[in-house]
Design a protein around this ligand. Sequence first.
Ligand code: ANZ
Ligand code: ZN
Length: 865
Amino acid sequence: MASRYNHKDVEPRQRARWDAAKLFAAGEPDPKRAKCYVLEMFPYPSGRIHIGHVRNYAMGDVIARRRRAAGDQVLHPMGWDAFGLPAENAARERGEHPDVWTRQNIKLMRSQLQQLGFAIDWSREFATCEPSYYRHQQKMFLDLLKVGLVYRKKSKVNWDPVENTVLANEQVVDGRGWRSGALVEQRFLEQWMFQITRFGEELVTALDGLSGWPEKVRIMQQNWIGRSEGLRFSFAFDAATPCPLPGPLEVYTTRPDTLFGASFAAISVDHPITLALAQTNPELEAFAESCRRAGTSEEAIETQEKRGFDTGLRVVHPFDASKTLPLWVANFVLMDYGTGAIFACPAHDQRDLDFARKYGLPVLPVVLPHGADPSDISIGDTALLGDGTIFNSSFLDGLSIGEAKSAAIAKMESMGRGKGTVNFRLRDWGVSRQRYWGCPIPIIHCPTCGPVGVPEDQLPVELPEDVTFDRPGNPLDHHPRWKHVSCPTCSRPAVRETDTLDTFVDSSWYWARFCGQPLDQPTDLKAVEHWLPVDHYIGGVEHAVLHLLYSRFFARAMKLVGLQPTHEPFTKLFTQGMVTHATFRSQDGRWLSPDEVTLTGTNATEIATGAPAIVGPIEKMSKSKRNTVDPDDIVATYGADVARLFVLSDSPPERDVEWSVSGVEGSWRFIQKIWASFDALPATELGPMTTASQASGPALDLRRAAHKAIAAMSLAIDTYRFNSAIANLHELVGHVRRAEADTSAMMLEARIEALGILARLLQPFTPHLAEEAWTRIGGEGFVAVAPWPIADESLLSDATIMIPIQVDGKKRGELHVTKGLDKAELERMALNLPEAIHFIAGRPLDKVIVVPDRIVNIVTRGSEA
Ligand code: ANZ
Ligand code: ZN
């Protein structure tokens, strides 16, 4: 009698077995085994898990489970990125203490994750808001301070007026706070800085070695770091128009080859010379002020119209003393890039050209496009950006752009006027935040001694619990007692630093702490030596710049102070797509959740009112658009295995997957079908580790299908093609079911072998079902730790291979055939291939060269191939 698969019974029972056996504890480092550290970006405990989390952790879990079964020692931990603003907002809005709010969320989300059956070593769980974690972060801060990687600087900062805090440049998106969306203001504040630029060069060059990272992420990192090679040189001021400040004007350029095309020089509205001139020039002051109001961040500037102000000063061309250039103040020159001053060559730079056209400044081309005639080069509104040969440029004439750059730099250096330099867009990382719910910065400010590190034996500096959120600003600052202490050096009254660390710091090194958690040190040296780097790191592409860059910085900084051994923390990186869902709106614009509408064809009706509803685009699930699904509901209705299977089916994992009820039901039916294939096995003495080596005919076909599934799925999982792996599962299950009609002993043997393989292949995807199935067919212990099946090569031999088909030595098509086909057969197929017929184009054949399993080359008469 066939039994229906009941997830409500199976899933909790199997999880209880795993827990009792502590199956997923990583254990002490075992140098005799291969290790595999699988990590998904740890969650922020915002409330409940969403379906995107399910997809993220399901991917990591598939890898972790497969590697464990393959014999690796696997570390697959979980923790909580628990500091951050939403906790403080909850405190402000609901009067709940951030700590209480955070812990409640963690508790709920932990139980949700556990329900999904992830093979996680929960014994290593921690939250970054625990003093037992952040004390080590404070110690590291002091360690890095000693080696100069932490320093203090008064600097212009991005101020988020809604969050009342400083933002890193990376956290400003299009001139707005990345979280609040508020327009960012510029302020001057004392800041604690991490000197990420010390590793600027290395952070770029090491990208080449990160072959396990998506190309697009490497490019994003590279652009962010923005390494450029160029020249710093100085303009002397024309004696007729002396500068109010002493010294020449220093500029930075990446195009010294275009120097003879210079038409003006320009400085930032915040340049010291601008500030000096503005003191006596109210018109300039007004101009500068209006530019500042429009925003001086890179993003703000890119979108603004170019505006300028002629200072009336002139500078002398460094290569031609007879020529002077006007000096402008321009809104597109950034103060904190290069030197805050440039020379402009409008012919070969669009920004410069726009500016020159607007203010009637000269445009002189100096790069002649290949093949162009110097006499009819004219430039309209589009700058010439392409390659070419230098002309109109005295000693640079005739050189390529690259050669001219080198020659101009050499000349400038020999004149003692400049130096070839490397410049980075990357800025040091300001980490001070005026917030309560973050890691306290372990510094005491003494009026006599200045900033003093909190002595190590007094760490951690814990957050006070009794804080109030009834007024804006930092509760640590308002606290009546917390900040008042005595100076560790001179014992006089002093105050604590009340800024806390940017929460990106917390997530920059947690991967090292998971390896081992000694009480008195940030890392366990033996454990980090064993486990690091992380072998598979999985998470959202939204972290492609900030979080990954900061982690790469921290790896280097920690290595420098001897806390862990690796430069690059993550060997392989996988960025997964999102889970999307249809959206609907009522006629009056209310968002409707998908279960509030019925769909007939492409027409939607709001169930409650019977009125037609508007079908919106398919979008990332979000609460505001009401198109979310709650993983708890899915688990309750269909089971954890269905949820896991669905989020990995259908779409390649780097792409978005669209949630649909029919899709989920499809996964549910598949699970029923899988169970039926196990349940249909008649009683047998044979176990799931059987090898049906005597099989022939259809039984051999089944064996082949099973072993091909092993090979295909192993590869698919190892290359993050989880959807293909699931497609392989479908094929194998189909084959097993079709074989059920054959009740011969030989087939029964092949079937038990196939089912034994199937249970082990299912294990990473639908672990509860796999465990139940394993037991059903007489498997011992846990399928979760049963050895990963190994494909028998001899059974793969009829696997299809690709054979390139050439016509006269050029590849024109391919044949996908079973291995081992003979010459005659291959020749016949190749000659019948439409692409081959097309390229033979009716010519008589000279010969057909066939190398079985490798290639077919069709040679026509008269050709040389
Ligand atoms: C002259 C020139 C001629 C330039 C030309 C470009 C093209 P990257 O590659 O991003 O490093 N620049 C330098 N400092 C600047 C600042 N503070 N604000 C705005 N622009 C600045 O960019 C370097 C180029 O950007 C430099 O090379 C400079 O313009 C400009 F045909 O110098 B160039
Ligand atoms: Zn002191």
